[in-house]
Design a protein around this ligand. Sequence first.
Ligand code: F6P
Length: 543
Amino acid sequence: MSEHVSDSVEWQALQGYAEKFSAVHLRELFDADPRRGELLTAEVGDLYVDYSKNLVTDEVMTALFALAERARLRERIAAMFAGEHINSTEDRAVLHTALRLPRDASLVVDGQDVVADVHAVLDRMAAFSERVRSGQWVGHTGQRIRTVVNIGIGGSDLGPVMAYEALKAYKDPQIECRFVSNIDPTDLWQKTHDLDPASTLFIVVSKTFTTQETLTNARQARDWLLAGLGGDQAAVAKHFVAVSTNAQRVADFGIDTQNMFGFWDWVGGRYSLPSAVGLSVMVAVGPEHFRALLDGYHTVDEHFRTAPLEQNVPVLLGLLNVWYDSFLGAQSHAVLPYAQYLHRFAAYLQQLTMESNGKSVRLDGTEVEYQTGEIFWGEPGTNGQHAFYQLIHQGTKLIPADFIGFSQPNHDLGEMHDLFMSNFLAQTGALAFGRTAEQVRAEGVPEALVPHKVMRGNHPTTTILGRELTPAALGQLIALYEHIVFTQGTIWEINPFDQWGVELGKVMANQLAPKLTAPEAPPATDDSSTNALIARYRAQRGR
Ligand code: F6P
C-alpha cells in the first residue's frame, strides 16, 4: 500500500509548525512585513481575495504547497476535468465542470460527447423558460404561469433557492418562485395555500426520482392541483415538469417525459445547480442571465485547472482550511456574506462542504487519524454581528471566517452601502488585531474592566471582495467553494462525491413509517427509546 499523505514528511513538517504556532500573532506578522496585506492576495474573475489575515507565515504556505504536491493535487484536478472515474465508490466520473463548458469546447467521456449533451439540454431549458416568461406556455385553463413551485430536497433544492434569492435583482417581476423541500406538510401548505392552481407550475426536481420527501410532496401537489382544476388528469401535463436522470420513474409518476429535463449520473446532487436542476432559476432570471452564471463558474474552473498552485485561489483557500482543520484543530468555519441576497448561501454551502467532506475513511478504505470536514455555518452581516460574532471575538474557539462583500450594491440608497461595507472592513481588522490591555487602559477604562475589554485578536479571516453580485460573480463564488472542497478532499484522500452516510436514516424512516400509522399497536423496535417515543406519538395522534 502506498504511503498516505498524512505519513509524509510534508505532513510532519506542518505538524511541527502547528506546535509552535500559538506564539505567532497577526499583529507581529503585519508589523514584520508592511506589505503583507498587498502580497497575500490573489484574484480570480471579479473576485479579489485577501488571505493576509490568516495564521500563516511564508514557511507554512510553502509547506502547504509541498503537501499539495505530495497529495498529487494537480493530477487529481486533471483527472476530474478529464472525466476519469474519480468517484470510485460509485464508479462515476465527476463532471460538474462540463456543465459550464462553452458550446465550442469538446469533451468525450465514456464514448459520449458531453458538451453536445449539455448544450442540447440547456437549449431546451431556454426554450421552455422563454415560453413560460412570455406567457406562451399556458396552464390547463389558458392562464399564464405566475408562480413556479420547485419541489426537491438537498441538492435539488438548496442550489436553486440560494441562486434564486441571490439573483433577485435580475428576476422577472411577473413570476415568483417558491421552493418546497421539507416533508413536513406545513412546507407544502405554506407555499401553496394562497396560490391559484390555474397559474401555478410545479417543477419536480430529483436526480434519482426516488426521494421520499420529494415524491410525497409532488403527489400531494398533484392532488391539490387536480382538486383545484376540476379533476381532469390532462391538467398535469400543463402544470408539472420534471428534472431528473431517471426517465422511467418520471413516466411512472405520470409526468410526460416530453416535459422532462435530463442530466447525468456524473453530476452530484450538491453540484447540480448549473444543470437542469437550475431550471426554476432560469425561468426567473432568463436564459441570458443563467448563461452568464455558467460563464462565471467556467472562469473559476479554468483558473482552477490551469493556474499555478501558488496563485490558484481555490487551492490556496482549500489548503488554509486543511491547515486550520487538521493541524490547528479548528472545528468550524464561518461564512459571512455582506450581501442580503446571499442569505441562503451558508445553507447551500453546508450541503456542498459537509456532505462532501464529512468522511472519515480514505479512498483506500482505511480510517483517517486526523480531522476532516469542518462545520460550515454563517449568516449575512451585519445581522451576525449582533448575534454570534461575540463568540468569535472573545470566545475560546478557533473559527476561521470568510467575509464576502461587493463594492457595488444591487440597490444603491444614499450612503447606506458605504456604511454597510465599513462594518465588513472593520470586523476583519478587529478580529485580526484586537485591542491590547495598554490600548484599553489608555482609554481610561477602570482596571477591573480591562481584562473584559481586551480583545486578544489573532482570529483568522479571508476577505473575498467582488465588484457586484451579478450572475457571473455568483457563478464564480460557487465554483470557488466547489473547488476548495475538492482541494481539501484530495489532501485528506477521501471521496467528496459520495454520501453513503445519509442512506441509513432514509432506510430507517421508511421502516418506521408503518408503525406510526398502523391501526393496532405495532411490534416493538430494537430500542426502548424509539418504542416509548412511538407510543407517545401514536397516543397524541389518537391511535
Ligand atoms: O441528502 C442525500 C441526497 O442524496 C443528496 O445528495 C441529494 O442532493 C438529495 O438527497 C436529493 O436527491 P434527489 O435529487 O435524488 O432527490
